[in-house]
Design a protein around this ligand. Structure first.
Ligand code: FES
Ligand code: FES
Length: 219
């Protein structure tokens, strides 16, 4: 066993390493990773950035021209047919307030309003929103003033890490547009599709109820 680890006396080369992947050592792994790093650093030498190299490899599909209104601003955009609404918002329109959590219609982090109704923007193709009015979290504050529900989130410690907050705010906004002063049960029921990994549900419900009370009182 010891013999296989000794250098070849004639050539001075290291001994051959076992080919069985189960016997791969940490050193083998690091040497393999080194090869990858060399390839990555070679990309700029070829005169292209790593990002461009990746883009060149990306297959772009057919596109469709759509028109939509986002936060009151009209847009005419050529979208790839495979893009989701959240990709259009974040990557093309630079509206990164809308978050991607699960990217498969489970967590609600990507919730926006489509013609006033909350939708998961990760589960809507961009081509489907042709002619629609979209509201994102960036559209809630007006003239530098937080909306009532945004202010209520601040006052009631609604956000912890804050990742779910944009989606929670959009669903809560739709609820408050239709129900002026919802009960805590109505709030819980409306927000059932918006998960919070920080489990800050009590504070979120209190925030929405309090926003409803303020808004109900103002009516
Ligand atoms: S990111 Fe869309 S539902 Fe989770
Ligand atoms: S505040 Fe962190 S996920 Fe909800």
């Amino acid at each position: 066993m010891g013999d296989t680890k000794k250098p070849d006396k004639d050539s001075g080369n290291p001994p051959p390493r076992p080919l069985n992947p189960k016997q791969q050592s940490r050193r083998d792994f690091l040497e393999g990773a080194g090869t990858t790093a060399v390839v990555a650093t070679a990309v700029p030498v070829l005169g292209i950035s790593a990002a461009n190299a990746q883009q060149a490899n990306a297959v772009s599909g057919p596109t469709t021209s759509i028109r939509l209104t986002v936060n009151g601003v009209s847009h005419s955009v050529d979208v790839e047919d495979r893009w989701t609404l959240v990709e259009l918002l974040r990557d093309q329109l630079d509206l990164t307030g809308t978050k991607i959590g699960c990217d498969r219609g489970e967590c609600g982090a990507c919730t926006v309003l489509m013609n006033g109704t909350p939708v998961y923007s990760c589960s809507q193709l961009a081509v489907w929103v042709d002619g629609a009015e979209i509201t994102t979290v960036e559209g809630l504050a007006q003239n530098g003033q937080l909306s009532t529900v945004q202010q209520a989130f601040v006052d009631n410690n609604g956000p912890q890490c804050g990742f779910c907050t944009p989606g929670q705010l959009m669903t809560a906004t739709a609820l408050l547009n239709n129900t002026r002063s919802p009960s805590s049960d109505e709030v819980r029921s409306a927000l059932v599709g918006n998960l919070c990994r920080c489990s800050n549900y009590n504070a979120i419900v209190e925030a929405v109820v309090s926003a409803g009370e303020k808004q109900g009182g103002a009516a």
